[in-house]
Design a protein around this ligand. Structure first.
Ligand SMILES: *Cc1c(COP(=O)(O)O)cnc(C)c1O
Length: 369
């Protein structure tokens, strides 16, 4: 795979710096359960994300699972079919029924105008995803939630450090989840976090991620093991200082891509709404010609050992485990269906050579013509 170009490449701190961290861990003789590195990373991330409250996890999926448990949700949750499988699976693992809502054609996030008609007596929450770092209509969604007494959870896996209208993305909604998987801009090898506004949630979330253990004599909740260990936290401490430079390299790359692709008809580039900063998590294009052209481009790139990703295709509502749900039935999600045929995420990481972008643009131009 050495000559291959993958869709992303994880940030690696210098091995010497990570080794320094390891030496400290070795002398502490402490590997998990709220160790020194964990405590330090929690402090640094809280500040970095301008978070009111934060809790670290072993991965983003378990974090989201715990977020839902902590809010004691029941019944139905209105969510988007255009996302990574984990978003919806955590609902199933909590015995909740996902109710798929169509998406906004421009933003590709949950279409707030369609949420209200899906609300029933069983609805308890809205679960949105800031897809590719494009923020959901956070104000409008909060307004709906307030009027109907619903909780709001965001899967912010793609929106690390995004700011919307001068506020950090996680200031919106009850709880936001971040993933620190290596494919994400900031990572800890594997890891994740919950950011939330209500301090009262903190204790419950801490119990839930540690088997519900209160003390040596009391277990108060049916918790799970969601703890981040010291090796992961140490990785995070060394990756975090690299994020800003990576973002600015990616911003330049995005500009280069944008210029190269601008003249090609039938190709549009995903843009952020006014007032939102770009996390630079993905570089995604949309192909007006749909799946047929997309597949041709995907295959042609692959022939040149360039690997793009059809994020997010297929739609979650088309997975066999969800396809029988009433909200997944034929014709209910026309915009999501269309968008899922159009999107293609292209290789995007700071060290990507501009000459590869030239090559990608050439291959795309050849196939849409
Ligand atoms: C990566 C990702 C997740 C899962 O996070 P993990 O840390 O890998 O468990 C969830 N949702 C979205 C949208 C993602 O991109």
């Amino acid at each position: 795979m050495n000559n291959s170009t993958l869709v992303t490449r994880p940030l690696f701190p210098s091995l010497d710096e990570y080794t320094e961290q390891l030496k400290e861990i070795w002398s502490s003789q402490w590997l998990s359960n709220n160790g020194q590195k964990h405590q330090q990373l929690e402090v640094e991330l809280k500040e970095y994300l301008d978070a009111s409250n934060i809790s670290l996890f072993n991965n983003g999926t378990i974090a989201l699972l715990v977020a839902i448990q902590s809010l004691r949700l029941q019944g139905e949750v209105i969510t988007t079919p255009f996302t990574f499988p984990a978003t919806t699976h955590v609902l199933a693992w909590n015995n909740l029924t996902p109710v798929f809502c169509d998406i906004d054609y421009e933003r590709m996030t949950i279409d707030y105008k369609q949420i209200e008609k899906l609300i029933t007596a069983k609805t308890t929450a809205i679960l949105g995803v800031h897809v590719y770092g494009v923020p959901c209509h956070v104000e409008e969604i909060q307004d709906i939630a307030d009027r109907h007494g619903l909780k709001v959870i965001y899967d912010s896996a793609h929106a690390f450090s995004t700011v919307v209208n001068g506020r950090p993305i996680a200031a919106y909604g009850d709880i936001s989840m971040f993933s620190f998987h290596p494919t994400k801009l900031f990572h800890t090898g594997e890891g994740g976090a919950l950011v939330f506004n209500d301090i009262h949630l903190k204790q419950r979330i801490e119990y839930l991620k540690n088997f519900g253990i209160k003390n040596e004599n009391e277990v108060v909740l049916p918790g799970i093991n969601g703890k981040m260990g010291e090796l992961q936290a140490a990785m995070g401490l060394k990756v975090l200082p690299l994020v800003k430079e990576e973002q600015s390299k990616r911003a330049k790359l995005r500009e280069y891509y944008t210029n190269k692709l601008a003249e090609i008809g039938g190709v549009s580039i995903v843009k952020l709404p006014q007032g939102a900063t770009n996390s630079e998590q993905y570089f995604c294009i949309r192909l007006k010609g749909g799946d047929e052209i997309r597949q041709k481009i995907y295959d042609a790139l692959k022939e040149h050992h360039i690997f793009s990703r059809k994020y997010f295709y297929p739609l979650i509502s088309d997975y066999p485990c969800y396809a029988n749900l009433p909200s997944a039935q034929h014709g209910k999600l026309p915009v999501a269906k269309k968008v899922a045929q159009e999107v293609l995420c292209l290789p995007f990481y700071g060290d990507l050579d501009f000459s590869i972008v030239d090559q990608i643009a050439e291959i795309i131009a050849k196939h849409v013509a």
